[in-house]
Every structure is written in C-alpha cells, then in structure tokens.
Design a binder for this molecule. Structure first.
Ligand SMILES: *Cc1c(COP(=O)(O)O)cnc(C)c1O
Ligand SMILES: [Zn+2]
Length: 407
C-alpha cells in the first residue's frame, strides 16, 4: 500500500491501473504508464521547511514523493543530492549570467541512472524478488548492478557489444551476470525483454517500468531545493530513450502541484545529430521514426526511443527547445566544461552542455535566464572518447633542461 499514490495512468489512452509490479504497460493499449500522486495527502505530510531541515543527503529526502512502499528497506548507497555548481566562467564563455551545472556524474556508479536503479532495487527487494535485470547501453546497467550488489540482489545485464570497456568492467566488478549481445541496442532490448518474461526477473528497463522516471525526477526536486525553491528558466538534458527528460519534467510538475515552486522551466532537449529521433519528431511535428545510431555518445545512441511518447509530451508541455549537436560539438563541450568548471563528463553527459552552448550562440536563451545544464554521466567511464579531444601531454626528459622549451 502506498497512501500517497493514486495509481498508474496510461499516457496514450488515459486508462487507469493499480500501481504494482505486475502492470508496467497499459492493459488496454500497451501504452506507457505514469504514476499519479495524491498531492493533497502529500501536502498534509510535507512542506518546504520540513524538507530543508531534513538531514539526509540523498534522494530519499524526497521519499513522500516517491513510489516506495511503506516499510521498504532503502539502498545503503548514497544516491542523489549531487552538487549544483554556479558555472560563472563557463557562463561568461557562453554569454549566460546565471548558468548552473548539476553534476550527476558524482553518483555512486557515476551517472544519473543511479536514481532510477535505486527505486528499482528497493521495489524489487520489497516485492521479495531476488533477481533484477535490464538491457542498457551501459549506465543503466552499471547502476543496476551496483545498487543490486548493495541491496544483496542478483543482476542479469544485457549490453550491446559496442558498450565502452570501462562500463562493462564496472558491471563485472559489481558481480553482475553480463550478457554482451552481438547487435544493436534494439536487439539487446528485445532479447532482455524475452529473458525477463521467461524467468520472471524484476524488470528495470526504463522504457516500460514507470517507476524509474520517478527516481530520475529527484534530480529536479534537488535543483529546485538548491535554488531555494525557485525553478530555473531552462533545464538542458541529453536525451536517448527519453526517460530522463520525462522524469526531469515530472519532478518540476510535482513541486508545482504542491505549491513548492511558482513557475515551471522550459526543457532544452539535446540529441546527437547522428541519432535524434525525438527532436526530429518535435521539429517536424510528426510521429517518432526510427533513426540510425551514429554518435560517439553511446549512452544516448537510441534509434528507437522506448520512452519517446513521455519525452515528447514533456518537451511540448514545457514549451521546450530542441537542439541537435555534432560529435565534434560534444567533444568540444567536454573540454570546455572541464577546463572552465573542473567537471568531467562522458560524451552523453556533456551533450546537454553542448546544447546550451549552441542554443546560447543562436540567441535562443536570454542572457539573464537561469539555466541548469545537467551533466548526466562521469567522464572517467569513457576515457577513449575524452582522449580524442584532450590531446597529448608534453613528454620531457627528467631534468630541468626542459624548462626553456616546455613552459
Ligand atoms: C541514459 C543516459 C542519458 C539519457 O537518458 P534517457 O532516459 O535514455 O533519455 C543521458 N546521459 C547519460 C550519461 C545516460 O546514461
Ligand atoms: Zn492505454
């Protein structure tokens, strides 16, 4: 029983369902479900002052707004409450006076996905399940494996063969059963779905499990709290499956419904030029169409977005902006962010920042707007990409004779 949760409503046909761990998609039309809350009840339990005084530096400080059953054991890993940095120097570069970086690469396994996986393992544990599973380009997998390990659960992970080595190593270290699929992300997803169905594992595929964007929404709850309960004007998010941007929007809408913030931000949906089906659907006002997966930003190389409809709805409702960036622009943003802020993001992690740079250059963002750029994953996960832009150090012999030439 969750007193604060009303149910799960289909975002396509509006059919209402009970919120449980058996129904992940609409029983009438197969659409994606969205968890609905009783805001009147939540208001009676929580207010801004209570939140601010809370001594919990993790996403669980928002438990009244999360689909967690009463009496659940929470993960011991410290997920969430990542820093929101004022990025003055980067802002100067981009002509933005109020630019912030939310560094979610600092989560326990190095990406924003920890927020979703934390919910998954808590729900799985509460439901008495022993095994969790997912398919992923990497971060969903490593975060599930890490959070499962911390919770004492087994994990089965399906990754496409091209997933970066660092990410696969992480999985192995967390003791996951790793299945590397010779095929695309789509093939990987399908195979995992069949295996999950066959063996009855807990399904952490962000596309269809409606609880996961609820975990991801905590990033917005934090941003609002870190800005003293003022919503920013813009939030830039890199988009693959679309679960993250949908969660970001949900978090702000929750706070708005509770009266904790008075305005809502506009979303900046950033995708890679070589794989941008969601932005293309917005720009052409047409249904989603499959695209190739041509980008080095592997975490957002999703040709058939599994959560596309939720993402489209979020971007449209927020009167959002779409920006596509090239791989070169992503790498340039990686170096610019690192050199101006000391924050090292993986390619998909800095794609939002690349989008802010481009949108600012195109005059799409007013210079005094409050802009938050979400850094979604840590650069150490994919040093091969970083090395492409980082360049080489100076190689010298170990004596001060080099001083004339090297400095
Ligand atoms: C998964 C991921 C994203 C995009 O999230 P979606 O829910 O797939 O849209 C962005 N950046 C990083 C680092 C990710 O791992
Ligand atoms: Zn439906």
């Amino acid at each position: 029983m969750m007193k604060h949760v009303i149910g799960a409503v289909c975002i396509k046909c509006g059919a209402e369902h009970e919120a449980n761990d058996h129904t992940y998609t609409c029983t009438k039309c197969g659409g994606i479900l969205d968890i609905q809350y009783d805001y009147t009840y939540i208001k009676s339990q929580l207010n801004r002052e209570k939140l601010i005084s809370r001594n919990d530096d993790s996403m669980w400080r928002y438990r009244e707004l999360l689909p967690i059953e009463e009496g659940s054991r929470l993960t011991p890993l410290r997920v969430g409450w990542s820093p929101l940095y004022r990025a003055e120097k980067l802002g100067e570069w981009l002509g933005l006076r109020n630019l912030y970086i939310k560094d979610d690469g600092l989560n326990p396994t190095g990406s924003l996905k920890d927020r979703a996986s934390a919910i998954a393992v808590v729900r799985a544990h509460h439901a008495g399940m022993r095994t969790v599973a997912c398919s992923s380009t990497g971060n969903a997998a490593s975060s599930l494996a890490g959070n499962a390990a911390a919770m004492g659960l087994e994990s089965f992970i399906f990754v496409p063969e091209r997933a970066p080595k660092g990410k696969v190593a992480q999985l192995m270290i967390f003791g996951a059963h790793v299945i590397s699929v010779k095929g695309t992300y789509e093939d990987t997803f399908r195979l995992s779905a069949e295996a999950i169905e066959k063996w009855g594992w807990y399904n952490r595929n962000a596309a269809i499990n409606p609880y996961l964007s609820e975990g991801k929404k905590t990033v917005s709850l934090e941003i609002a709290e870190q800005l003293d309960f003022k919503a920013p004007d813009y939030v830039a998010v890199s988009v693959g499956d679309g679960c993250t941007i949908a969660g970001v929007w949900k978090g702000f809408k929750d706070l708005y419904a509770l009266g904790f913030i008075d305005t809502l931000p506009r979303l900046i949906s950033v995708q890679a030029e070589g794989c941008c089906p969601i932005n293309r659907a917005i720009e052409t006002n047409r249904p989603l169409e499959r695209m190739e997966e041509n980008t080095l930003a592997d975490s957002i190389a999703v040709g058939v977005p599994r959560n596309g409809e939720k993402a489209l709805r979020a971007i449209r409702e927020s009167q959002g902006i779409t920006v596509v960036v090239s791989d070169d622009e992503i790498l340039a943003a990686m170096r610019l962010l690192g050199a101006t802020s000391g924050v090292f993001g993986e390619p998909a992690g800095v794609t939002g920042t690349a989008g802010v740079k481009k949108a600012a250059e195109q005059g799409l963002i007013p210079e005094d707007a409050v802009v938050v750029s979400l850094v979604t994953g840590n650069g150490l996960k994919d040093v091969v990409s970083a090395q492409r832009i980082a360049g080489e150090p100076r190689y010298v012999s170990p004596d001060m004779g080099i001083a004339d030439t090297a400095f």
